[in-house]
Ligand binder design. Structure first.
Ligand code: KIV
Ligand code: ZN
Length: 511
């Protein structure tokens, strides 16, 4: 009998700490729904005390997600824990995750606390958290550089105080697999009440070892792995969810554990997170990279054609690659479209939203002969990207580009319901379009990122654009998709401006 391995996703908390990867409440709700569809056990939805926006996002997620536990992070103080406890209150199952640093360098230089005071604070934090939920997780931050003897004392005390999960964090990604595994073994043997808690591993990827370290912890008794989609996270990121899940599944012979993850949702989750954060997935990334299942050499291609398992250890379709699967065409009706959305696991909030999406699908089908699943996904995320306030809308566009001439953009925008014309030249049509929009918006924002990605193959593919803007410490990502990448760019820019208009957006994901 295999043990259950709890998959704890922290894409919306640690992942959001990646520079510029801030997510709005709507973005987070979309990701949370996708994580639930993928059957993640625990969703760390944010850090409630970090900002009112973060608090609201966690609460909104706790209200709608039924099948995953919803967790909020909190430092080990009463105020943070109260905010976390209040944010998760509506959840079917809610968890408070509290942490304090235990390494000599953090205790002396950052906390300026004596080790005994740290133990006392950790115990109090767990007791406060237990007033809000029975499901309390405690992390010794920078455990990877802490003294094992001291860690044993802290862990014994917090388990006695009621922590149900103890999460050993390699905060700075300093460890290597056999050392990390050995630490789990030592701690589990030496902490007298070790059997009263679930042991969890949280690894950062500074040495490119986050997944290897996490797996070594699993071999030494960890039964929860904290990870993120696409390995997103602070600095070099966290352990990647897709790699952990597929490693334990593919090497069942080595790992005595099973997850409940629906692996066919892995690629859709990866695409969604990449689209929302603007973090492009490298083509050779394991499991979710565009080349993960592509065979280039003739010998490999020949082998795969003769017998797939000669060169493939996983099946692309098992992790959700249905790349370039012909989906619908110009003649497909509303019912076929609705059925396809259900098949892709896309929820439509109302008949109105369905009608609007169907009209946009028809427009796209006029421009593009073959519509693939990826096109439908992009079209629907375009539908859903609208923040609560949609101040700016793109009404019409005209671009002119000619050798020897400065490219020109002429746009008609709706700004707060009033139509206005905007015109500018630029070093290219996209530059001209952004400058034209700025003649109306005069936003005072700084452009941090502009990225374009082809959704499918072929020159008639839709381009998916991410625009990251910053203003007064706030960072937002806007998205847009269209067969015309200049139009997609203008849509993405306006989407980012609209997000900046929203009062609920948080200032900065990092405290
Ligand atoms: O890396 C870390 O130490 C963390 C903790 C808050 C678990 O993210
Ligand atoms: Zn972390």
């Amino acid at each position: 009998m295999s043990d259950h391995l709890i998959i704890f996703d922290t894409t919306m908390r640690d992942g959001e700490q990646s520079p510029g990867a801030s997510m709005s409440k709507d973005d987070k709700l979309r990701i949370a729904r996708q994580l639930e569809r993928m059957r993640v056990d625990v969703i760390e939805a944010g850090f409630a005390a970090a900002s009112p926006g973060d608090f609201e996002s966690i609460k909104a997620i706790a209200e709608v997600i039924k099948d995953s536990t919803i967790c909020s992070l909190s430092r080990a103080n009463e105020n943070d824990i109260r905010r976390a406890g209040e944010a998760i209150k509506p959840a079917n199952r809610g968890r408070v995750h509290t942490f304090i640093a235990t390494s000599p360098i953090h205790m002396q230089m950052k906390l300026r606390m004596e080790p005994e005071q740290v133990i006392e604070q950790a115990v109090k934090a767990v007791q406060w958290a237990r007033q809000y939920t029975d499901d309390v997780e405690f992390s010794p931050e920078d455990a990877g550089r802490s003294e094992p003897d001291f860690l044993c004392r802290v862990l014994e005390a917090v388990i006695n105080a009621g922590a149900r999960t103890v999460n050993i964090a390699d905060t700075v990604g300093y460890n290597i697999p056999h050392v990390w595994g050995a630490l789990f073994k030592t701690l589990r043997e030496r902490v007298p009440n070790a059997d009263k808690a679930v042991w969890s591993t949280h690894c950062h990827n500074d040495l490119g070892l986050a997944v290897a370290n996490s797996l070594s912890a699993v071999l030494n008794g960890a039964r929860q792995v904290e990870c993120t989609i696409n390995g997103l996270g602070e600095r070099a990121g966290n352990a990647s969810l897709e790699e952990i899940v597929m490693a334990v599944r593919t090497r069942k012979d080595l790992f005595p554990v099973e997850t409940r993850i629906d692996a066919t949702q892995i690629v859709p989750s990866s695409r969604l997170v990449s689209q929302i954060t603007g973090y492009v997935v490298q083509p050779n990334k394991a499991v979710v990279g565009a080349n993960a299942f592509a065979h280039e050499s003739g010998i490999h291609q020949d082998g795969v054609l003769k017998h797939r398992e000669t060169y493939e250890i996983m099946r692309a379709e098992d992790v959700g690659w249905n790349a370039n699967k012909l989906s619908l065409g110009k003649l497909s009706g509303r019912n076929a479209f609705k059925t396809k959305l259900a098949e892709l696991g896309i929820d439509v909030a109302s008949e109105e939203q369905l009608n609007a999406a169907f009209a946009r699908f028809k427009e796209l089908a006029d421009k593009k002969r073959e519509i693939f699943d990826e096109d439908i996904q992009a079209l629907m995320s375009d539908e859903a990207v609208g923040p609560e306030v949609e101040h700016y809308k793109l009404v019409s566009t005209m671009f002119h580009s000619e050798t020897g001439e400065l490219p020109q953009a002429k746009l008609t925008l709706s700004a707060g319901g009033t139509e206005c014309r905007a015109e500018s030249s630029g070093s290219g049509p996209v530059d001209a379009a952004f400058k034209a929009i700025e003649t109306v918006a005069n936003s005072g924002t700084e452009l941090l990122l502009y990225s374009v990605n082809a959704i499918t193959t072929g020159t008639d593919a839709q381009g998916e654009v991410t625009v990251r803007l910053a203003k007064s410490g706030r960072v937002v990502n806007g998205m847009g998709a269209d067969t015309d990448i200049v139009v997609a760019s203008a849509k993405a820019y306006l989407n980012a401006l609209n997000k900046l208009q929203s009062v609920h957006e948080r200032i900065n994901p990092q405290l």
